[in-house]
Design a protein around this ligand. Sequence first.
Ligand code: ADP
Ligand code: MG
Length: 608
Amino acid sequence: MTSRRLTLIAIVLLALVWSFLPPFTVTLLNYIGLYSMVAVGLVLITGVGGMTSFGQAAFVGLGAYATAWICTSPQAQQALAALPPGLLPWLGLLLGLVVTALVAWGLGAVTLRLSGHYLPLGTIAWGLSLYYIFGNLEVLGGFTGITGVPALSIFGLDLASPRVLGILIWAVLLLGIWSLHNLLDSREGRAIRSLKTGRVMAESMGVDTAKQRIKLFVLAALLASVSGWLYAHLQRFINPTPFNINIGIEYLFMAVVGGSGHLWGAVLGATLITLLKEQLQDLLPKLLGASGNFEVIVFGLLMLLVLQRAADGLWPLLAGWTRRFMKPEPARRNAVAPAQLAQRTLPQPGEIVLAADDVTKRFSGLIANNAVNLTVKSGEVHALIGPNGAGKSTFFNMISGVDDPTSGSVKLMGQPMNGKPSRAFAALGLGRTFQHVRLLGQRSVLENVALGAHLRGHRGWVSAMLRLDRHEEAALLAEARRQIERCGLLEYIDTPAASLPLGQQRIVEIARALAGQPAVLLLDEPAAGLRHLEKQSLAALLAQLRAEGLAILVVEHDMEFVMNLADRVTVLEFGTVISTGTPVQVQADPRVMAAYLGGDIPEAGESA
Ligand code: ADP
Ligand code: MG
């Protein structure tokens, strides 16, 4: 029994017993389905994408009010009199989706720029404002709301009964979860998963993280809107109450308690909170002898408890427990033929591919880079060395678009790059690693490396959701696998990146950079943490890449490694270039000797 089969069996069983369930259970399940839809969106933005929102209930309201207005207001009736009335709810759905997308896009453009706690505060602000807009608009019936919302019908089939509508609710939810699973299991999914902790890294792999965040946010809002549309036609009347900020907080409880990193966690959370609320609303007023929304307090305590005991929510616990008596999902074979990936033509050997011209970087008083000139040519290894704090990593950031020089210019493939984001550098063929390793620790080595090939695919969200991207995905994974093998990490391909030793994590970063088929490779201390033999195989790999025509710029403290490998060496001290030339020339330079306090630069080949 695999978990996929278990899911299918559960769905079939539910379908079989559906017509025999007591009405009360059906109602409860309908609400759980509706809440799950919203919570799934929240899992996407909060758990996966790293953006907290308290305001999702307002998007549910937009979906509900759009359809209620189209179906009941005299103005809409007049304008749409020619249409068959059965069509109105579907127009309502369309209107709801369009309005929600526009509002979410607008709000996202403003609030998603906010950092830290300002984003959640921003969501509270718009959650409150939309609620008061619903309540104060005359056309939306004010705080009394709108009655007489008609039932849905599909092809003449009447969906008035909750038992029948419930089938649609759960079909929409299950299809949604299926397509979101597909989305997360794709090229775009890897980009989405990097939003929470790896945005600088993802930009360097060519991902437009700001755009991904907004799209994710709009997608979650659309899910909420569909939930609101179904809610309006289930309930047949609406008022602002279910769309207020309290309910927005409850949705967040559902996502967090269930497991904010897992789509099924949303369903688990929605189920638990709905059942619990049901019980508490009976129990608490009796216990306390007063009426009120006391369940919110219990939910808050529950959330604290869950976060204390199981920070990833309850779903991972449940999944871990079922795994004991279930077979793991069989590794998916690449059944489809891989597509052809975009190939880059590398520049001629000896061509200058990267040029820094008088690059200066000031951090308030400190000059981290002082008029640095440096070129990197195709088919050469150029080493940048210097004591700690000399400005090497700063320089890497200048020439890879992570940060902008205060003055001076950077050219990549002959193109001026000042002011361009790092994804533009990646697009032109720059691959890099980071001194402080930036991997998605919980994801496998394969997924981390595949992210490096992001720009070599082009399939978007919709094709990923519908699984139309499988040929391209097979090619991307095959390419990632090739680079992992080349870097000698094949045995760890399915290992979560964080469980490798730090030295090997650096090699994973190199494999990730290579998956993008770069023309220029920037390596920040690649040999740190490697053992002697591992350093030798790294040196052999870099020599091979050089022979293939790559331009390599490497920052490294291991002088033996540097001097044996590099064609040219540039020495930085206090942000200024004090020497540049062949390893032999540089080692003979008295200024370099002085900078290194005389003589801890070994002769090339001394102990190799
Ligand atoms: P290296 O990589 O050669 O060890 P860095 O480039 O990391 O050196 O740092 C060069 C100098 O710039 C150091 O003095 C460091 O403290 C300073 N520095 C680096 N980044 C920043 C920053 N974001 N803000 C202020 N100072 C910085
Ligand atoms: Mg550094």
